[in-house]
Ligand binder design. Structure first.
Ligand SMILES: NC(=O)C1=CN([C@@H]2O[C@H](COP(=O)(O)OP(=O)(O)OC[C@H]3O[C@@H](n4cnc5c(N)ncnc54)[C@H](OP(=O)(O)O)[C@@H]3O)[C@@H](O)[C@H]2O)C=CC1
Ligand SMILES: O=C(O)CCC(=O)C(=O)O
Length: 523
């Protein structure tokens, strides 16, 4: 497909706004074609069409929406290798990673098709009338979840496929019955147009209303701000920086009608190395840790940015194993010049901190490449300096040397909300781990053992979330089937005649979906 460089509004390429070009991540050179940022009129039209599409789209049969999601998945695969090639050029990410990410994107869309067919996302609850109840009769009460309305989705720079135009937020919003207006990340506009055209093609094939999906470009923040401020937008999905996410939360909260922003933001993902694990395999954990730290140049919100351990021979073995592995790691191209600059500034700030020691660095590289780095400090210094808790987005991590488990607890108690926490343990560490679990449950969305949080599994039991600032709303997840809850809200129907009820609530259960009757699952 030839790129047009134009927004996709109601299925058509449109727009003559400010021109900009994509930049090749590896060279910093501009790439063809010229893209056009959405104007105020473009944003208005995309939102108006989404609003017009909403009522028809939200009442489409779950089966039709499932077929639509599957058609999007197929249309993305049908783009073929040109999608991977363009994405490699724009993001600097390697082929194998992007092919895997495409598989995840397609898998995610298909998973939500399965969620629609299974039906429990509708959350149907029925409390049948009790006309003879004393002292008062009970009315007939029937609850189902409905779609919230048009959703604005912000593509993420670090996952140009799985967290972007047809990524998790778009898949869950479309599954819920919400039209989507996607804002392409300016780091990969060509990839975004290719995927956006695939979504538009699938919408046309499946006879969906034209406003069900639009894609808008911008190389600044104005389009995103207009979108979040538009009265027809009912919710926002975002993956990116804490600065960007909190700015959008503020904007959404200040609207005449405030709306939820589901932002997945910063996390340093503490890794706790417990004593027996360190004693028995400290060096091997160090090597595995470097693999997780440097994957994708560390540009993951699940990157292990903080390591906590009690001082001793086991920690020394971990550090030697990690340093030896890190010194062999080549510098890797980072996603954008801005992300590279921010990473270098974060590393420089750690280097300049007198309480921090540089333990090892990866191999040096070119102007756009991130050089991995491992630092250490004491628990006392960490507790005294809030700056050491800041996310350095890239392959840098800080080891906090603790005198005992009590200091590990003290550091964990200080941490902000996180996406993940990892515990490395042997059976002899179980008691120590048990004592840490309640503290971790309060602070993180996912607790894992003998591994690292990078590479989130897409499934039904996944939580990719966590208390603020990991996300704007720790009650939910942005990966996995539960993410559909972002874009649903419950409505109760009291004493409606059966013929007026939506089909999922009708007495005969014509859709054959799981329901709770009087608090119990229907047999
Ligand atoms: N923890 C994580 O998962 C991630 C963290 N980051 C962090 O974010 C930094 C920048 O990376 P980036 O991916 O561009 O993330 P940003 O949060 O800066 O941007 C994400 C998207 O939001 C838009 N945006 C940002 N701020 C606003 C605002 N105030 N109003 C409206 N829209 C806004 C951006 O537009 P535009 O780009 O046009 O300005 C972009 O489309 C990284 O260096 C890293 O520190 C990044 C990715 C993931
Ligand atoms: O580790 C992953 O697979 C997902 C990471 C993520 O959500 C992010 O970096 O934004």
């Amino acid at each position: 497909m030839t790129l047009t460089g134009r927004n996709i509004i109601g299925g058509r390429p449109e727009g003559e706004g400010t021109a900009f070009r994509a930049v090749a991540a590896a060279t910093g050179r501009e790439i063809e074609p010229t893209f056009h940022a959405a104007t105020a009129d473009d944003v208005d039209r995309a939102c108006a069409l989404a609003d017009q599409a909403f009522d028809a789209y939200r009442e489409t049969d779950p089966e039709r929406r499932a077929a639509f999601l599957e058609a999007i998945a197929q249309a993305i695969l049908d783009i073929g290798d040109s999608l991977i090639v363009r994405c490699m050029e724009e993001s600097g990410l390697p082929r194998a990673r992007l092919e895997g990410e495409r598989g995840r994107t397609v898998g995610q869309l298909r998973m939500f098709a399965g969620v629609l067919r299974e039906g429990s996302f509708l959350g149907v609850r029925i409390d049948p009338a009790l006309p003879d109840r004393q002292p008062l009769p009970r009315p007939d009460l029937r609850l189902r979840n409905v779609a919230v309305g048009p959703v604005a989705v912000f593509g993420a720079s670090n996952f140009p496929l799985a967290f972007s135009v047809a990524g998790g937020d778009t898949a869950s919003a479309l599954a819920a019955g919400c039209p989507v207006v996607a804002k392409a990340h300016p780091a990969h506009p060509g990839t975004s147009e290719l995927v956006g055209a695939a979504v538009a093609k699938a919408a046309a094939q499946c006879g969906m209303p034209e406003g069900v999906f639009s894609l808008l470009f911008d190389d600044g923040i104005v389009v995103g701000q207009r979108l979040v401020s538009d009265s027809r937008i009912a919710a926002v999905g975002f993956t990116g920086s804490r600065t960007g996410g909190t700015a959008l939360m503020k904007l959404a909260a200040e609207r005449p009608v405030p709306i939820p922003v589901y932002a997945e933001m910063s996390s340093i993902n503490p890794v706790v190395l417990l004593p027996d694990a360190l004693a028995s395999r400290g060096g091997a954990i160090g090597k595995a840790f470097v693999g997780a730290l440097t994957l994708g140049s560390g540009q993951f919100c699940t990157n292990p940015g903080l390591v906590l351990a009690v001082e001793g021979a086991g920690l020394d073995a971990f550090l030697s194993g990690a340093a030896a592995a890190l010194e062999g790691v080549a510098a890797q191209t980072m996603l954008t010049p801005g992300i590279h600059r921010t990473y270098c500034a974060g590393v420089a700030a750690l280097e300049a901190n007198e309480a921090v020691t540089l333990l090892a660095r990866g191999r040096g590289g070119g102007e756009t490449q991130g050089q991995a780095a491992l630092f250490a400090t004491s628990a006392a210094a960490f507790l005294a300096d809030h700056r050491l808790e800041a996310e350095v987005f890239g392959a840098a991590s800080l080891v906090v040397r603790c005198r005992d488990i009590g200091e590990i607890r003290a550091v964990l108690a200080r941490l902000e909300g996180q996406l993940t926490a990892a515990l490395h343990m042997e059976p002899g560490d179980h008691e120590a781990a048990r004592a840490l679990l309640p503290m971790l449950e309060r602070r993180v969305g996912r607790i894992l053992v003998n591994g690292f949080g990078t590479g989130v599994e897409v499934g039904h039991a996944m939580v990719h979330g966590g208390p603020y600032p990991a996300t704007s709303d720790g009650r939910t997840t942005s990966v996995g089937s539960l993410a559909i809850q972002h874009f649903l809200r419950p409505v109760c129907y009291q004493d409606l005649p059966d013929t007026l009820l939506p089909r999922e609530l009708q007495q005969a259960n014509p859709l054959g979906i799981p329901r709770r009757i009087d608090g119990r699952h229907e047999a």
